[in-house]
Design a protein around this ligand. Sequence first.
Ligand SMILES: CCCCCCCCCC/C=C\CCCCCCCCCC(=O)SCCNC(=O)CCNC(=O)[C@H](O)C(C)(C)COP(=O)(O)OP(=O)(O)OC[C@H]1O[C@@H](n2cnc3c(N)ncnc32)[C@H](O)[C@@H]1OP(=O)(O)O
Ligand SMILES: Cc1cc2nc3c(=O)[nH]c(=O)nc-3n(C[C@H](O)[C@H](O)[C@H](O)COP(=O)(O)OP(=O)(O)OC[C@H]3O[C@@H](n4cnc5c(N)ncnc54)[C@H](O)[C@@H]3O)c2cc1C
Length: 669
Amino acid sequence: MAAVDGGEVDHLAGERATAHFDVDAMKVAWAGSRHAVEVNDRMARLVASDPVFRKDTRTMLSRKELFKDTLKKAAHAWKRIVELRLTEEEANLLRLYVDQPGYVDLHWGMFVPAIKGQGTEEQQKKWVPMAYKFQIIGCYAQTELGHGSNVQGLETTATFDPNTDEFVVHSPTLTSSKWWPGGLGKASTHAVVYARLITQGKDYGIHGFIVQLRSLDDHSPLPGITLGDIGGKFGSGAYNSMDNGVLRFDHVRIPRDQMLMRLSQVTREGKYVHSDVPKQLLYGTMVYVRQTIVADASKALSRAVCIAVRYSAIRKQFGSQAGGPETQVLNYKTQQSRLFPLLASAYAYRFVGEWLKWLYTDVMQKLEAKDYSTLPEAHACTAGLKSVTTSATADAIEECRKLCGGHGYLNSSGLPELFAVYVPACTYEGDNVVLLLQVARFLMKTVSQLASGKQPVGTTAYMGNIQYLMQCKSAVNTAGDWLNPAAIKEVFEARALRMAVNCAQNISKAPSQEEGFSELSPDLLESAVAHVQLIIVTKFFEKLQQDIIGHGVKEQLQNLCNIYALFLLHKHLGDFLSTGCITPKQGALANEQLGRLYAQVRPNAVALVDAFDYTDHYLSSVLGRYDGDVYPALYAEAWKDPLNETVIPDGYQEHLRPLLKQQLKFSRL
Ligand SMILES: CCCCCCCCCC/C=C\CCCCCCCCCC(=O)SCCNC(=O)CCNC(=O)[C@H](O)C(C)(C)COP(=O)(O)OP(=O)(O)OC[C@H]1O[C@@H](n2cnc3c(N)ncnc32)[C@H](O)[C@@H]1OP(=O)(O)O
Ligand SMILES: Cc1cc2nc3c(=O)[nH]c(=O)nc-3n(C[C@H](O)[C@H](O)[C@H](O)COP(=O)(O)OP(=O)(O)OC[C@H]3O[C@@H](n4cnc5c(N)ncnc54)[C@H](O)[C@@H]3O)c2cc1C
């Protein structure tokens, strides 16, 4: 089952023949199960073979054309989902492979989960079926012009009026205008709006409300509602398919039962009642989406890496003095040392994403049973992993562009658009720095509780080993010693713990905890990153303990896991040295071992990206084609540009001809 939808000749056949492992079995390890490979493959092909889902001219469309194209694709996708009676799993994958951001992402990804998570059973019964049938389209309207990161600072108000049993939703200032919600600008009929609840003269803080925005008859905004799109965004094509919107309310009335009342209620008389649950559950939808964003990071990263690896195997430069063939750029050690850690990261993020999904499901089950003890851990893990994986992926896509040289800068390489679509992931669903500071808070709390003898659990369990980890010295003596998982885990644990303890000690010297936290925040960020990287490394090792079938698959994954860990060690050598976890000599040995691992990956590189099982349609890159027939495709693609529709360009008569025909007027000339 090869993901070929390219030409007849396989220019990468030689590369595929050198692989030391069973690619089909690796597809199973990557996708999670044989079933997952099958359903992914079927949905990817369904999309690739449907002309409505073509995207090769997307970067050449105007904003209006692009938006209309997005509406068409979303409606067609829905039609196919209904006609083919696709399951929810299949439908999600179909949307993924359509690969065009649009209102449906927010409808399914945030609006529906917000109602399911924060609505009472009655509210769910009323709203969810309408949303499932697309009788209404919803978005998630939280961020405002003046406030995004600071959710408690939102200004929109929802004031209860006991005379009419309604809330009056209002935007009191310009900065309280809702600003950014995807799908809001043009498509949504409804929104979950976050606003300050005011009743009986008291402000009870932020709560969620379902508000109808547009008429279900003619889609015009309802009275008191001002709506629009916030304007063009970074890059051509890319996230411009999404109608991120602005919304203002002028005393808009909604029935009381449109407040999402699972966590707290307002009675008919206007009394505020808070259920016996942590108020942070209000943030539940964000936790859910952060978890999905980690899974998406491995998708985006693996796409970019697939393009860069295949093209690096095709591209040749220098190498022969005697007129023989030039060298494949993939053979250059520098290319390998830039590219293979990214390949390893794609696998690492895939597996940690799988684990995070499990953690999230587990926490949800506990919440159902009124056990809230794992909520802080779930928040720290989703926030931290969202932050680290999206930042690294955004950087990696740009690195892959550079790894593809000049051709990587062409839209037809697929990389500029992928980068432009992906970078906002560092900002949306929580700015990455703000989220890392949340992780740091969690770590500082955990460290402070160690003194009282409280044993940390979950991903901070290693901190309980403080006596040992604060003074241990790595026993690594040879480069090969770095292949021992225990040796790697020990130094990653010691680094993370020592950085956290250093921060805690320095904070305790400040006049107040708050001042210390603020002063130390750059160090706290690094401490949080160290902790999150430890989680990723640990989860990769744990994956290797599972039953992994197929010839050579486990060995390849072991190599990638070691590359991921040793690459991080090399990149953050300063941390490991300054905390005394390793010596400079041990750092050099790690680097030596990395070089050996790259050599082992080299013959397997193309097969390792084939295991992602991406169709050419999904990759949408002439450089990443499965068949490696890059040059004819690049050449043909150029001719499709609208500029090449005519030989003589528009503007020649007005601007070029007069210039070329002008009489020389300068005496000096
Ligand atoms: C059948 C058909 C199927 C069809 C198929 C289609 C399916 C499609 C599926 C699609 C899936 C996904 C799509 C994804 C698309 C993505 C598109 C982009 C979306 C972008 C959307 C957004 O951006 S929405 C807006 C997001 N905004 C933010 O993230 C704001 C960030 N800020 C915050 O979260 C908070 O303000 C803060 C955490 C930074 C601070 O909050 P606050 O001031 O209240 O808190 P404190 O810091 O004082 O902390 C108080 C205590 O609360 C704890 N805390 C904080 N947050 C949480 C949390 N989330 N959970 C649990 N606990 C939390 C904090 O730790 C403190 O605890 P203590 O220290 O113990 O007191
Ligand atoms: C493409 C896109 C889609 C979006 N979709 C939605 C949506 O559907 N619904 C929705 O409600 N919102 C949406 N958003 C909004 C998004 O969630 C916010 O932009 C995001 O949470 C960041 O908040 P901000 O813009 O207020 O950034 P700011 O907080 O203003 O960040 C500006 C800078 O300040 C720094 N900073 C802020 N606070 C601190 C601090 N405490 N300590 C140190 N540094 C700090 C940040 O690191 C950053 O460098 C979207 C945004 C984008 C870009």
